[in-house]
Each structure stands twice: as C-alpha cells, then as structure tokens.
Design a protein around this ligand. Structure first.
Ligand SMILES: [Fe+2]
Length: 301
C-alpha cells in the first residue's frame, strides 16, 4: 500500500460483500503514527470530558453484561493508558474527527477510498470513536443504529457477527435503540454463537457488517486500539427514521408491520414522519441521563 492509499483496492468479492455480509479488508491507518502511546497520552490529556467515556463491564457466567460508566478523574493521560493496559476498562473518545483533526482527515480519506471501491456506497455522514481497551476487555452483544466500519490498530481482538434477523435483533429493540429508550445492549444467549461469523482482527484489518447486525467482541492479546467509524447513508437514515416512527406508533398501541415487509415508499413516508416527530418532545432520552458511577483510579480498576 502506498502512503496516500489508506485502503487496499477491493477484490470483486469484497466489493460485492460490502454492507451485505460481514467482511474484512486491509487499511493503512496504523502507518500514520497517530496511535502510538505518546500521541494517545497527549490526546487523553486534552480530550473534552463530555466526549470521554470510561466503561467497565462485569460479565456473568452466561456472558450477559452489566456496564458501569465512569469518569477519568484527575489522572494524567499516561496513567489512564497504564490503567487501561492493566484493567478490564475501556475508554471511548467520541467525535474524534473534530478533536483529533489529523485522524479526522485520515478518516475522510479512508472513506473516500472505500466509497470508490464499494459500488453504490455513498456515505453522507461519518463520526469516529477511538476505542482503547485492556488485553482482556470484552464488548457485549449489541447492535448499532448507524452503519459501522471498525479499523483495528493495535493488539488482537475477535469479533462475533450475528444475522440481523428477528431472532438475533428483534425489530422492537431496534426501535427502542433509535428512540434512545435503551442502550445498544441486547439479550444474548450462548447458543446464538452457532449462527455467528467469527473474525480475527489484527492491526491493519478493518471489518464491517450489514446494518443492524448484532455483534460482540473479545480482546485476545495486548493493549487494543480501534477506530470505530459510524456512517449514515440516505438508505440508513431512511431505515432508522422508519424505525423511529414505528417505535412511537407501537408505543401509541398502533399496529406495526415487519420492516422486512415494508416497501420502500412506505419506509420513506415513515422516515418523513420521523423528521417532524423528532422536533416534538415525545420521548425522553434515557441514555443521556445514565449515571457515571466510578472515577478511574489508575490500575486499581
Ligand atoms: Fe458495535
């Protein structure tokens, strides 16, 4: 890969798979030097507190997770890094495209190259989260409302990707997610793993999956750094807007059709309604009011 080329040209199979089935491809973001310890420590020191999430998961024997969210406290960036490397914590820096401008430029360039490789893919908006996590950290079974490309940068992790069908991703729960009535975590049972595609991620590999496909992650080795980029296209906006309106209709007791049997013109009408409905204070954002329950104290987490 040349330095100006952040995405290796897709094969014909990769071009067909993008957004339709789970797939991986090579990227060159690691070579930018933006993810070395020193650069990360500096970034942690100056990152806005309201966009800086520290999470700690406790898993029970069935793999179901409980998340606690905390704050950074007064620790300098290099001590936060040391805490992540030793603990079960993971740190998420949201909206990195704005607060790490060099990375924002690389993200836009990478997405321009993905769009050139994947026929019909026209991202209208991208937002990045930089995720720093411990060697043994896990991310529980969940689904994201926007599309996602995860660029892996340091360490090794394994991702399980499940079908986006009613058995794994019930439509009503996606409505709750877009209405911000629940976090993205979903009910998980071990036997679901039989339906999962399992992919190993090393630095320089990016992974993406069909919209709303649930997934979970287990770090395998080393301090892990990944860039998770959410994207919206007009297609994802319309679909998520339709889920939003359906969620409100369901709450009002109206019948809601399965999205898989809702034709495109009806989806467009539901989306148009969501644009108007979002201006009304009909539902309270329950995610915003989630409490932060601990303060990071170095390696004791
Ligand atoms: Fe995710």
């Amino acid at each position: 890969m040349q330095t100006a080329e952040l995405i290796a040209p897709f094969t014909a199979d990769q071009a067909l798979a993008f957004g339709k089935t789970p797939m991986t491809f090579r990227h060159g973001l690691v070579d930018t030097g933006l993810f070395e310890d020193e650069a990360l420590a500096e970034l942690l020191d100056r990152y806005p507190a309201e966009l800086y999430d520290i999470n700690l998961f406790d898993f029970d024997a069935d793999g179901q997770a409980q998340m606690r969210t905390g704050v950074r406290g007064r620790l300098p960036g290099r001590e936060v890094l040391a805490g992540i490397k030793e603990g079960r914590v993971w740190v998420q820096l949201r909206r990195v495209e704005e607060h790490y401008p060099a990375l924002g430029a690389a993200m836009r360039q990478a997405f321009g190259q993905i769009a050139a490789n994947a026929p019909g893919f026209k991202p209208a908006q991208i937002n990045g989260q930089l995720i720093l996590s411990a060697p043994n950290a896990k991310v529980p079974f969940h689904a994201d409302a926007p599309g996602v490309v995860l660029f892996h940068l340091r360490g090794r992790k394994r991702i399980w990707i499940y079908p986006a069908d009613e058995a794994h991703m019930p439509q009503q729960l996606m409505e709750n997610i877009v209405l911000k009535q629940q976090t993205e975590d979903l009910p998980y049972r071990r036997e679901m793993d039989g339906a999962a595609q399992v992919l190993d991620l090393s630095p320089g590999v990016a992974v993406t999956w069909p919209l709303h496909a649930p997934h979970r992650i287990e770090n395998q080795e080393g301090f892990n750094v990944s860039l998770s980029v959410d994207y919206q296209t007009w297609g994802t906006r319309i679909l998520n807007g339709a889920h939003y309106t359906n969620g409100l209709l369901r709450r009002a007791g109206a019948p809601v059709a399965a999205m898989t049997r809702t034709p495109a013109p009806a989806r467009a009408l539901l989306w148009a309604a969501s644009v108007a409905l979002k201006r009304l204070p009909l539902v309270e954002d329950r995610i915003k009011t989630m409490e932060r329950t601990f303060e990071l104290q170095g390696a004791r987490i």
